[in-house]
Ligand binder design. Sequence first.
Ligand code: GTP
Ligand code: MG
Length: 196
Amino acid sequence: MAQPLHDARFLTSASTVNTLGVCHAEVAFVGRSNVGKSTLLNALTHQKSLARTSKTPGRTRLINVFLTGADRWLVDLPGYGFAVGPVKEKATWQAMVEGYLTGRPSLKMIYVLVDAEIGPTKLDIQVVEWMSEMQLPYRIVATKGDQVKPSRALTRRKELSGALGLHPNDIAWVSADKGTGIAELRMEVAGMLNLL
Ligand SMILES: Nc1nc2c(ncn2[C@@H]2O[C@H](COP(=O)(O)OP(=O)(O)OP(=O)(O)O)[C@@H](O)[C@H]2O)c(=O)[nH]1
Ligand SMILES: [Mg+2]
């Protein structure tokens, strides 16, 4: 395929993993509200408004599934750490996202998005620890790289990766705004989905 992921189209939204059908392979995008999950998905698929984005955290409220190829999925998940809203809603979020992440045998990789300038937050670290415990496959993607001053980039990379117990090269560094790192990540995702 010359341009993998470019054919992505909306398939379905779900509030529970139980109603999702089967697919050949899927990857998911998780992270704090507002970290740029939906924007990254649009950049990877080369589409402006495939996944809805917003300046207001909490835009994505459901498990949103996008189809690429005949039976491969890209899954946009609601963000965590969205402070506003009743406690009950947070419990619903947790059940929805954790249920999805642990309930999909075809899930090949979870891309955990961390803000390059702000992260990792305590919650980011908790999520990564939980994934390690659950033995889920994950990879850290540092987003909004354009927000980090070039003079601080090297230090920031060391800080962010160090806080997660990783080497800077273990992390995919991207900016959806500037397009940095997007082509590389697209090829990686396509490989995970066995599209290459
Ligand atoms: N500067 C900059 N801003 C970005 C980048 N990616 C996303 N944003 C902005 O960050 C905000 C949130 O982006 P979304 O993609 O909606 O974030 P999300 O993680 O899907 O958020 P929820 O659906 O609420 O969990 C928007 O205002 C985006 O324009 C980037 O690479 N650089
Ligand atoms: Mg979103």
